[in-house]
Design a protein around this ligand. Structure first.
Ligand SMILES: [Zn+2]
Length: 245
């Protein structure tokens, strides 16, 4: 009896330690999963997905590109409706499409950094994160963009090194709280319009992709703008939205 007890006790303790480790690891994984999935939370630094306000102000934001053939079209729509927008651009696409980049810089809309290569940045090293962001900022400046540059992570996702870099460099992360594209074959212009109208509230940041895809998002924009204007909404750049809320 005296001999078996300690063995059983030790075995029991090992089991408890193992169980604890397993539970802790699971919780950490669940926590990381929640952070990764949640575009409205970031471990460090300043993240904005919308602003809290009673004013009927909202921001239209467009991710990716620029791309030839689409840039002029979206600029024409915004110009026709006289509304400002914010474009989150990729460094590589700017380099490959200098004419469109120049158009965007000269348009007066707000431009932001959406990384150079549009990679998944979740597990990227600090040096690689710095390279993705700094090379893109550099191109925006080389094309003559003078405004403050906020950052939008590719796929809206960040975990450790990216938030640390953004915090260390005082860069604001901008995500969204209205995402009407589902990318599952149901994205008709009418569906994108309907979902936008349902999700919008004062202070919203709307995410749309107009540079690539089948053109449904681009086609939905005039109706989205007119309908929101009719409801009394005023369009702002993200920078204006933050400062005027
Ligand atoms: Zn993107």
């Amino acid at each position: 009896m005296p001999k078996t007890r300690p063995i059983f006790y030790q075995y029991g303790r090992t089991k408890i330690v193992l169980l604890n480790t397993l539970i802790s690891a699971s919780l950490i994984m669940l926590g990381c999963g929640w952070i990764v999935k949640n575009e409205q939370f970031q471990l460090l630094g300043n993240l904005i997905s919308h602003v809290e306000t009673n004013k009927k102000i909202i921001a239209l934001t467009f991710d990716d590109g620029p791309k030839a053939g689409r840039t002029q079209k979206i600029l024409d729509i915004l110009n026709h409706e006289t509304v400002p927008a914010t474009f989150y651009l990729n460094g590589r696409a700017m380099k490959n499409n200098p004419k469109e980049t120049k158009l965007l810089v000269e348009s007066g809309h707000e431009l932001g950094n959406h990384s150079y290569n549009h990679p998944r940045m979740l597990l990227m090293s600090y040096a690689d994160v710095a390279d993705e962001i700094e090379s893109t900022d550099k191109i925006l400046r080389e094309f003559g963009y003078q405004g403050d540059i906020s950052f939008r992570p590719p796929f809206g996702k960040s975990l450790f090194m990216l938030p640390l870099y953004l915090k260390n460099n005082n860069i604001t992360t901008v995500t969204w709280n209205v995402a009407p594209e589902y990318f599952n074959g149901s994205d008709t212009p009418e569906a994108i319009y309907q979902r936008t109208i349902e999700q919008v509230k004062p202070g919203s940041i709307i995410l749309l992709h107009v540079m690539y895809g089948n053109g449904s998002s681009l086609a939905a924009i005039p109706k989205i703008i007119r309908s929101l204007k009719d409801q009394g909404y005023e369009f702002k750049t993200v920078d204006q939205l933050i400062n005027e809320s």
